[in-house]
Design a protein around this ligand. Sequence first.
Ligand code: TRP
Length: 491
Amino acid sequence: MTMSDLMDKIKKQLDQAGIKHEFTKLPDDISMEVEAHMKFHGRALKFAMTNMVLKTEKGLVVIQKRGDTQIDNKKLKALLNIKRLSLASEDDLKKFGLAPGIVPPLGYDIPIYMDKRVLEQEEVYTGTGDRLFTLKLSPDDLIKLNKATIGDFTKLEDTQSTGRVLSGIRATGKLHLGNYLGAVKGFLELQNDPNYQTFYMVVDLHTVTTPYDEKALKESVRNIIIDYLACGLDPDKSTLFIQSMVPEHIELAYLFSTVMTVARMQHLPTFKEKAKQYPENVSMALLNYPVLMAADILVYKAGLVPVGIDQEPHLEIAREIARKMNDQYNLNLPEPERFATAGEYIPSLTGEGKMSKSIEGSYINITDDLETIRKKIRSVPTSSEVGGEKQGGVAVLFSLLEAFTKNSPEEYKKFDELYNNKSLKYVELKDFLAEAIYEELKPIQERIKILEKDTEYVDQVIKEGAQKARQVASETLTEIKKAMGIDYDYN
Ligand code: TRP
């Protein structure tokens, strides 16, 4: 038996500690993949323990997790109290005598974190430092020797879907600054992260749950697709589509409605608000709004949903539905989490509440020209007083200023100091802000103009988006119908 030095060293350590273990030689031509090793052992992936070296801003860490789980980045970052996480480079590993893919479970001087799910197994197969050997031992024993910290930082989900992201915006007119900062910027961030597969839609079916103008709907929907494209959503990276063009959403919403009670839906704050706002239109569709939203998300098995905090009650419904469906029909739907965008709460220009299309005078459209923006900003109410705690309209101005001086924070500081010295002239702040907003919107507006003329291209994006979305959606729908016993074979 030939062993690398590192493997020799850990064998000695295990022997000395009296820990029961077993090294197994793998066939010379076996691949590096854990799957291949477990196939050779004739055991399921959950009996594998992988050791990974990760790089954080505080240095390297080793994590030990079961082969059938995935790292939950959010939980792991919280556990380690860090912000950045990436795989260690080959050079990083060399310093510790390690190489990628063949990290042993002990024998080096890097802190180790073991996911608690590993401990559910009496014995696991793990690496040895030599790519042609595996080591079988009890994780309980191992932990005494490698002093790993136990944590909960993995998830057990279908590997294919954990990285899926879905979101949508209702088609009531043009996008406004609140949508742009609170939603679309988050869409872009996730689109450009290679760990995610992103689906973004325009939700026309939710738009019709409250009174709307049927003559204007088509155009509003198309305009939002154009706005998406102009803001940088890229049909080569994201699937961009119109909700009703993927009828699987509706069929799944019906199936989901079988596991939710009327009482649960009636008690949602979002439902109560809308019912109060439109007392003549408390329809079944309005009651079902969150069920359709759950179907929107789960038909793609999306685990992450970039939406504003006001949508949290709806995500809770989606998670409840996922749990109930999983329990009753033995499915594997993820429980979707909200992805919070930095600018997610953009206040209304009136100084009260959130920027919203349904409140006149509260918003700036992304297509507003400089004059319009200046007028709207100038009409933000500001008291005659300067200094002290920023409230109402003043707080609105400063939070917009913060959002639009991300690349020049010294500008924010300048106005903030003037305010604190009680020497700020509001009109100067307002005009500066109006220009900063326009600067950012100008290139988007230019792209909107071009896209509005390029009918063929926009048509093609919409058609292909629906096709791509349907492929994924129909797969999930078929799986769920089968689990529910609604699959017939009379063809
Ligand atoms: N309810 C969301 C809103 O008003 C819109 C929406 C519908 C949505 N379906 C969705 C958002 C699915 C995210 C995912 O903002």
